[in-house]
Each structure stands twice: as C-alpha cells, then as structure tokens.
Design a protein around this ligand. Structure first.
Ligand code: GYE
Length: 342
C-alpha cells in the first residue's frame, strides 16, 4: 500500500531514516495506539514494541500515546483506519467500548492485534490476536504468597488489615488483580478494609495512601496493583512516620506489588516491598511475529500469554501453588536487579 504519514495528529514515525519509495512499499505499515505513559511498565512496553517494529525489521510504525483517555484511542484508531495501515496494534486503556471503532477497522479490512489488557467485544473476530499477561494468575501468586508468608510468621488471618490500591478501573489488569485480593480475603478471613483506584501512577498512589493512612491507622498490608502505586504508597507511609517492611508484628507495613520493573524491584532489594509479582512488558518480539504472520497469512496463536515470575525480599516462602501448578518465588539479589532488561 502507499504511505501517507502526514495528517495523523500526535503521531510520528519510529525513525526518520530516508528510504526510497520502493523500499517503503515493501514495509508493513502499523499504527500503534498506546494507552499512555503512566508507569515504568508502560514506558518499557512502548520501547519494546517500538524497538521491534523498526524499518530494519520491515515496518513503518506510526505511534500515538492516548494519555490514558479512551476517546484519544478512538481518534488514533480512526486515523490509522483512514490511512489504510496494514495492521493496528492496540494497547487498550479499558476492556469495554471498542465495538464500533474496531468494527470500522474490520470493515476497512485492517487486522487488529491487541496487546497487554484485553477488549470485550460482541464479535470476537474484531480482534485478530492478543498478547499479554494472565492477571488473574498474578493475583493468585500474590495472595498465596501472603497466606504462606503470614502463616509462617504466626500471624492470624484476622490480624491482616489490607488496603487495595487499584489500577485504572475497567482495565483487565485491575479486574484480575482486584478480584484476586477480594476472593482471597473472603476465603482466608483477611480484613480488606478499603479499595481505592489510583490510575497506576506514583502521584496518585501516594495521595491515596496518605488518605488511607489518615483514616485507617490499623493498615498493615498494602496490595498495590502496580509498582508506581507501590512506590507512591511507600512515600506516604514514610511521610506518616511509619515503616514499609516485612515485619508486621513490629508494626511495619507489608507492601505487595505487581510489574517487577527496575524501580519496584529496587524497593524489594531495600526490603520495602515484600513481594513483587512480575508482569512482563517486553512484548515487542511477539507482536512483530504476530503482525508478520497476519500479513503473510501464515498460522499464529490467537492468544499468547507471556512468561512471568515473582520476586521476594526474603526466602520465607520458596514457592506457591496456583491452579495446581507450582511457582517458584525468587529472592531478589543485586545481580538479578542489575541484569534486568526493564
Ligand atoms: O501493571 C501497570 C500499567 O496493564 C499490565 O498497566 C498493565 C498495567 C501495569 O500501567 O504498571
């Protein structure tokens, strides 16, 4: 197809290298609607996809950052559709609301590869393929760890006073992680005293936690639905004169987080986050393979789950079992941290 790279508001090409018209004709044009830049995870996810969908790898990439606004994602998708890109890559801010805009892409014959969170659409054919994480499993790993950790330390379930700092409401990651803590609290007899969304940002995480501490001085566990919220919460804990750490019996507040980005893991190493469940943002290579297979008409899996692990501040819990499968809990070390890709 011919290329029209101008006229897309807020979009830019991944690289400005000069290529001949002939070369351009061979490139696979991709419009990538990224939901935002709210977290370290997101920044790593954007970079991974941009680094895979390069001209060198045969792509012409148009990128749009929607600043966590679904309306902006609609505009970006409509622009990509109008430009007749070969493929749209969508990292959706929330699950619902996509039927119309994805139908328009389908009507224009443009395949849509969804990454990270999922979309809930009536016609499942609106999504060509998806790659991302199993958020429900991540939550179960976190909750089974908390159960094993507190049991080993001789803390009664009824002594746990947990707050859940939620992600962006309606996002698959939020739904899976929130459901996990709600279910486990019910099942194990923990007190889930509050659930407040903080949009996955550090600033909001801090603000929410400061308010929660003022209202509920008895909090001894923070279940933060991503690293940036956890880091914000730790700031609030310390500003309130309390300690983020793993010794609940001594009045410390145990923080559990998700992502295992470098910023979060450095808090694990300091002992301020007890457990950080990995959520792998490095989806670029998988997206590259998928888009190439879709374009070539060769076989691909409709759903791909990325591999993930979990990191703890100490070795109290060595593994947890979720859905009959055993997951190793890795004690974080300096060398693991310095070798992390994100
Ligand atoms: O955990 C968080 C980001 O959807 C998995 O979104 C993603 C989440 C991730 O903002 O840091």
């Amino acid at each position: 197809m011919g290329l029209m790279l101008t006229g897309i508001s807020g979009c830019g090409t991944a690289s400005n290298d000069e290529v001949s018209t002939e070369q351009k004709e061979e490139l696979i044009t991709v419009g990538f609607s990224q939901l935002g830049a709210e977290s370290d995870w997101r920044v790593a996810n954007t970079a991974s996809i941009q680094n895979s969908l390069t001209r060198q790898n045969g792509f012409e990439l148009m990128f749009d950052d929607a600043q966590q606004k679904q309306d902006k994602q609609f505009i970006a998708i409509r622009n990509f559709t109008q430009q007749e890109v070969d493929c749209i890559v969508l990292a959706p801010v929330m699950e619902t609301g996509w039927d119309t805009v994805l139908q328009e892409a389908k009507d224009a014959g443009i395949p849509v590869v969804v990454v990270d969170r999922q979309v809930k659409v009536t016609d499942t054919d609106l999504v060509t393929a998806w790659v991302g994480s199993d958020f429900t499993k991540e939550a179960k790993v976190a909750c089974e760890w908390l159960k094993a950790y507190t049991e080993t330390k001789g803390i009664e379930p009824g002594e746990l006073n947990i707050v859940d700092i939620q992600g962006t409401l309606g996002a698959t990651a939020q739904i899976g992680r929130t459901n996990g803590i709600v279910e486990a609290s019910g099942k194990y007899g923990w007190n889930l005293i509050a659930q407040v969304p903080a949009d996955y940002t550090q600033a909001k995480g801090k603000e929410v936690m400061a308010n929660l501490l003022a209202e509920h001085p008895e909090i001894n566990v923070v279940y933060a639905e991503n690293d940036n919220e956890a880091i914000g919460a730790i700031e609030a804990i310390e500003e309130a004169g309390k300690t983020a750490g793993t010794d609940i019996s001594k009045g410390e507040i145990l923080v559990i987080s998700f992502d295992a980005a470098h910023s979060g893991l450095s808090k694990v190493l300091e002992g301020k986050i007890g457990l950080d469940v990995e959520c792998n943002p490095l989806q670029g290579e998988e997206v590259e393979k998928l888009v190439k297979a879709v374009k070539a008409g060769t076989e691909f899996n409709k759903y791909t789950y990325v591999k993930e692990s979990a990191f703890a501040a100490d070795d109290t819990v060595k593994s947890v079992t979720v859905n009959g499968e055993e997951y190793e809990i890795t004690v974080l070390t300096d060398s693991i941290l310095s070798n992390r890709e994100y």
